[in-house]
Design a protein around this ligand. Structure first.
Ligand code: PBG
Length: 323
C-alpha cells in the first residue's frame, strides 16, 4: 500500500542532491566565443544578442583576460573585417583583423588559456558564403580548401592553439592538418566543426558578424534531420586528423551530441549558439524565465547529453557563478 522504493530520499537536502548529482558543470568546460571588429573605436552592441558585443582590439584584450580570470576553459575568436572581397583575402592576411587579434591575445595571455580561431571565410567574403565561388555561383569545395590551408597556417602563426574549421567543406580538416605539419606546426590542434547543421538558430550570429549572405548554406551544412550523416562527418574528420569534434547547434541536437559522445574517441564539444542564447535572453528580459536557472539548466543538459565542453556566450558569466 505504501511504496517500497522512494527515490525522493536522495532529494531531501541540498547536500544530498549535490552528493548524488550525475552531471558536473565546471568553468573549465566552457569556451567563450568572442567577436573583434576592424575599424571601430568603441565596442558595438549586437542587438539580437543582448550583452554580447563586437569588440575593439583593446576591449577584446580586457574582456579576454576577465574571462580567463573567471576560469573559462578557452576562447574562440571571430573577426569582422572592415572590407570584404570575393576570396575573403582578409582571412589570410597576417594583418587581417582576426590574425592581429590572435597575436594580441596570445601575447597577453600566453598559454594561460586555450586560444581558438574560427577557420572559415564567411566573415571575410563579400558574398557571405563559407568558401569561394565557382563560375556558376556555387561554393567551390576544392578551391576553398586551398584558402583554408593558408588561413589555418596564418592563424597558427598568429598564436592560435586550436583551429576551428567551421565551413563544412569536404576534406577541410585533412588539408589544414597537412599544411600545419608541412610548416612544422605539429603542436597546433584542430577542433573540427564536424556535425554542423543548416540551422535557423544562427540568425543572431549573422548580425554579430555583419553577414553578407543571401540565401542559405544548405549545400554544405547538414540537413537538421540527419544523425547518421553526422556520425559519418565525425568519423571522416577524425580520420583526417581532428583532435576534437563538435556538434552544432546544441539544444535541438542533444541526441546528435549523445551519439557523437558514444562514437567518438576524441573529446566532443557542442556549440550553444546565438539563437539559443537569444531565446533565453529575450524570455528572461520579459520576465518569462528565471535567467540564471535557465542558463544553468541549458548548459547542464548539453553536458548530460555527452558534450565534454560547451561553446557558449554565457561562458564567462556562468563560470563566475559555478565557481
Ligand atoms: C561560420 C560560423 C557560424 C557560426 C559559427 N561559425 C555561422 C553560420 O554557419 O552561418 C554560428 C555561431 C552562432 O550562431 O552562435 N563561420
Amino acid at each position: 500500500m505504501f511504496p517500497e522504493h522512494r527515490p525522493r530520499r536522495l532529494r531531501t537536502t541540498p547536500a544530498m542532491r549535490r552528493l548524488v548529482g550525475e552531471t558536473s558543470l565546471r568553468p573549465r568546460q566552457l569556451i567563450l566565443p568572442m567577436f573583434v571588429a576592424e575599424g571601430i573605436d568603441a565596442p558595438r552592441p549586437i542587438s539580437s544578442m543582448p550583452g554580447v558585443v563586437q569588440h575593439t582590439r583593446d576591449t577584446l584584450r580586457k574582456a579576454a583576460v576577465d574571462a580567463v580570470n573567471a576560469g573559462v576553459g578557452g576562447l574562440m575568436l571571430f573577426g569582422i573585417p572592415a572590407t570584404r572581397d570575393a576570396e575573403g583575402s582578409g582571412a589570410i592576411d597576417p594583418d587581417g583583423i582576426l590574425n592581429v587579434a590572435l597575436r594580441d591575445l596570445r601575447s597577453e595571455l600566453g598559454d594561460a588559456t586555450v586560444l581558438m580561431a574560427d577557420t572559415c571565410l564567411d566573415e571575410f567574403t563579400d558574398h557571405g558564403h563559407c568558401g569561394v565561388l565557382d563560375a556558376d555561383g556555387g561554393v567551390d569545395n576544392d578551391a576553398t580548401l586551398r584558402v583554408y590551408a593558408e588561413m589555418g597556417l596564418a592563424q597558427a602563426e598568429a598564436g592560435a592553439h586550436l583551429l576551428g574549421p567551421s565551413g563544412m567543406m569536404d576534406g577541410q580538416v585533412g588539408v589544414i592538418r597537412a599544411a600545419l605539419d608541412r610548416a612544422g606546426r605539429t603542436d597546433t590542434g584542430i577542433l573540427a566543426y564536424s556535425a554542423k547543421f543548416a540551422s535557423a538558430f544562427y540568425g543572431p550570429f549573422r548580425e554579430a558578424v555583419d553577414s553578407q549572405l543571401k540565401g542559405d548554406r544548405k549545400t554544405y551544412q547538414q540537413d537538421p534531420g540527419n544523425v547518421r550523416e553526422a556520425l559519418r562527418e565525425i568519423e571522416l574528420d577524425i580520420a583526417e586528423g581532428a583532435d576534437m569534434v563538435m556538434v552544432k547547434p546544441a539544444l535541438s541536437y542533444l541526441d546528435v551530441i549523445r551519439a557523437a559522445a558514444e562514437a567518438s574517441p576524441v573529446p566532443v564539444a557542442a556549440y550553444n549558439i546565438s539563437g539559443e542564447y537569444a531565446m533565453v535572453e529575450a524570455a528572461a528580459a520579459n520576465g518569462w524565465l528565471d535567467r540564471e536557472r535557465t542558463i544553468v539548466e541549458v548548459l547542464t543538459s548539453i553536458r548530460r547529453a555527452g558534450a565534454d565542453m560547451i561553446l557558449t556566450y554565457w561562458a564567462a558569466e556562468a563560470a563566475a557563478w559555478l565557481d
